[in-house]
Structures are given as structure tokens and as C-alpha cells.
Design a protein around this ligand. Structure first.
Ligand code: TXA
Ligand code: MG
Length: 338
């Protein structure tokens, strides 16, 4: 699990340095309304005090994130979640089974919910989860309050799974990075909407749909990735823009072999006579292993001399659904810059 703590960035302003350890200092920064990137088992998060409008607004600003896209609020345990949202029997059952872990529940806000309304981006619901990484839990304990944290990347870009990725994305926009090494799961949490009678999978992620259905029965699948033209239409999960998780160069899916200039990202053995992949998601064809390598591989191949990334086919089972979801978005038509 995590490598030893280290401070990747220079110390923050003296007033914020109240404690000796990195986690305590990070907690003090959160309480002071500053932003701290921290590891979770899925990807690195860009954390701020969820109860502070100013801190939450600073998260949107640092990422360049559209304000209609709500944030996940991270809490230490079920009791802390119950202070924010109303959990029905399904939610309590899933929380008991899968928290801490890569499952985010979208639930009705309590009337006295202390989380900033900005976290909900105008919706009546709030997304909550208990992360499984020991440093994330230590930070929540040290901060003593819920922490709003989207993935620690600029909006529309690939999520970071190492501290170096966070530095690439947000170096000058974050007050501190807690170093927990590479993330174990590698794709973001599964987002499940439980605000209505039918559970709805808003984002396939680090917890397989099959595992959720074993606890609460059928979960409705997300609608297909919207086309670029539909991006202005209202949607249930405002984060589900068609082009997302995008490297700078084009991504081509279900590629049996690379074309001229393309990097070749493997999953299992390529066909006879096909050149070896430049990087492998999983030699043995394991979707859980592939998830851990996905974002780092896209980053590593997103550079000259490559002019595109060709990805071998990946099955939909297990974490394959989350991987293919991210890859489809990476391959989707890009918005025309304005
Ligand atoms: O694994 C993860 O979930 C990571 C780590 C840091 O916890 N966080 C993450 O956050 O991926 P973000 O902001 O990159 O993605 C959150 C997703 C977005 O698609 C957003 O639209 C959706 O969750 N979401 C958040 N609150 C919601 C709400 N109230 N209703 C519907 N969707 C919501
Ligand atoms: Mg994100």
C-alpha cells in the first residue's frame, strides 16, 4: 500500500502549519479552506472543506470545472454520511457491505445538511463515499469534517493515479499533495443514484455492477454516452459529458493492430504477426489489473512520436465496463475549443 509520507510541494504558509506530520498539516490546510490533493484507492482527489462555500468554489476554479457538475463528498464512516444525506435500507446495506470502498451513493440531502450547496451543483441530491485508502481516512480524521474531492485533474482530462500525475495537472493550483504512491484500483468509484425507487448506475467504476446487484437486485444501466451535440441537454449525472478523460491525441478502440504512427495499448496477447504492444494493460487479460494501469498508460502514450493511441478490445465484464466507459469517452469527438 502507501509508500512513506512525503511532502511533494514546498511547505504552506506558516499560519497553516499547526502540526508536525504531513497528515496533520494537510488536515489543518483543509480546515483553513485550502486545497489538498490526496490518494484514494481509486484515483487522487483534489480535496477541500465540503462545508465551506469558498473552499468548494476554489475546487471548481482549480480544475476549471463547469459549475453544473457536482462533487463527491468524502466522509470517514457511515455515521458521518448520515449527517449529510438520507440513507434508505438499500443505501445502508450497500454502505455496510462496500464502505470503505469505490462506491459513491447519490442520495437526498438532509434538510440540515452542512455541505455547501455548491457540492450539489443545484441538485437536491449529494454524492457521498467513504474512501478505502488509509491516508484518505487519516486526512478525514485530521480535518474533522467532510471533504469534497473530484479527481485531481484539470476538467476533461485523464484522472491522476500517482502524485506525479497530480503535479502535471495542478502543480500551481494545490497547496499540498499527500503522497500515497500509485492508486490500487486505478479507475474512479462507481456512482449509484439511489434517489428514486430504481437504482441507477450513473458511472461504472471501481466496484463492478454485478457486486452491487448481488446486494440490492437489478441496477438500471446508464444511457449511452451522449453525442457532442447532446452535451447541452440536461442529464442525470452532469459529469457525463461525451468527451472526457481525454488524452491530447486521438484514441481508437477495439484495435486489433496499430496504424502508422499510433501507439499500441495491449490487453492480452495480440494476434499472430501483430507487433508487440507499446504498453500492456494486462498481459493475462485481467480487467482488475487493467484498471490499475489504464490512466497511467494513456498518459504515458499521449506524447510524440505517437499521433494516436490504438487500444485492443476489452471485455465488458467486471471492471471492463468502467474501463470501456473511460475509453469511449477518451475516443469521443472533442468539443471545438471556444
Ligand atoms: O473515485 C472517485 O470517485 C474519485 C475519488 C477522488 O473519490 N472522485 C471522482 O470525482 O471521480 P469526480 O468529480 O471526478 O467525479 C464525480 C462524478 C461526476 O460524474 C459527477 O457528475 C457525479 O459524480 N456526481 C457527483 N455528485 C452527483 C450528484 N449529486 N448527482 C449525480 N451525479 C453526481
Ligand atoms: Mg473526474
Amino acid at each position: 500500500m502507501p509508500t512513506p509520507l512525503s511532502d511533494t510541494l514546498p511547505p504552506p504558509a506558516p499560519a497553516a502549519v499547526a502540526a508536525s506530520s504531513a497528515v496533520e498539516r494537510a488536515g489543518a490546510l483543509i480546515r483553513a479552506g485550502r486545497l489538498v490533493a490526496f490518494p484514494t484507492e481509486t484515483v487522487y482527489g483534489l480535496g477541500g472543506d465540503a462545508t465551506s462555500d469558498a473552499a468548494t468554489a476554489a475546487i471548481f476554479a482549480a480544475k476549471g470545472r463547469p459549475h453544473f457538475n457536482p462533487l463527491i463528498v468524502h466522509v470517514a464512516d457511515l455515521a458521518a454520511a448520515q449527517a449529510l444525506v438520507i440513507l434508505d435500507a438499500r443505501a445502508v446495506r450497500l454502505a455496510a457491505r462496500f464502505w470503505p470502498g469505490p462506491l459513491t451513493l447519490v442520495l437526498p440531502r438532509r434538510a440540515d445538511c452542512p455541505a455547501s450547496l455548491l457540492c450539489s451543483a443545484g441538485l437536491d441530491s449529494l454524492a457521498v463515499r467513504v474512501p478505502a485508502h488509509p491516508l484518505a481516512l487519516a486526512l478525514l480524521g485530521s480535518a474533522g469534517r467532510p471533504i469534497a474531492a473530484p479527481s485531481a485533474n484539470r476538467a476533461g482530462r485523464v484522472s491522476p493515479t500517482t502524485p506525479a500525475h497530480v503535479l502535471d495537472e495542478l502543480a500551481d493550483r494545490v497547496d499540498m499533495i499527500l503522497d500515497g504512491g500509485a492508486c490500487a484500483v486505478g479507475v474512479e468509484s462507481t456512482v449509484l443514484d439511489l434517489t428514486g425507487p430504481q437504482a441507477l448506475l450513473l458511472r461504472p467504476g471501481g466496484l463492478a455492477r454485478e457486486a452491487i446487484e448481488a446486494e440490492i437486485g437489478p441496477v438500471a444501466l446508464p444511457s449511452p454516452v451522449p453525442t457532442a451535440e447532446e452535451d447541452d441537454a440536461p442529464r442525470l449525472s452532469p459529469g457525463l459529458l461525451s468527451s472526457h478523460y481525454a488524452p491530447a491525441i486521438p484514441v481508437r478502440l477495439n484495435a486489433r493492430e496499430p496504424r502508422s504512427g499510433e501507439a499500441f495499448l495491449g490487453f492480452g496477447a495480440p494476434g499472430p504477426g501483430i507487433r508487440a504492444p507499446d504498453l500492456q494493460l494486462s498481459v493475462g487479460g485481467d480487467t482488475t489489473e487493467a484498471a490499475t494501469h489504464l490512466f497511467a498508460s494513456l498518459r504515458a502514450l499521449d506524447r510524440p512520436p505517437f499521433t494516436g493511441i490504438a487500444v485492443m478490445p476489452i471485455p465488458e465484464s467486471g471492471l471492463g465496463a468502467a474501463i470501456n466507459d473511460r475509453l469511449r469517452r477518451a475516443a469521443a469527438p472533442r468539443p471545438v475549443p471556444s
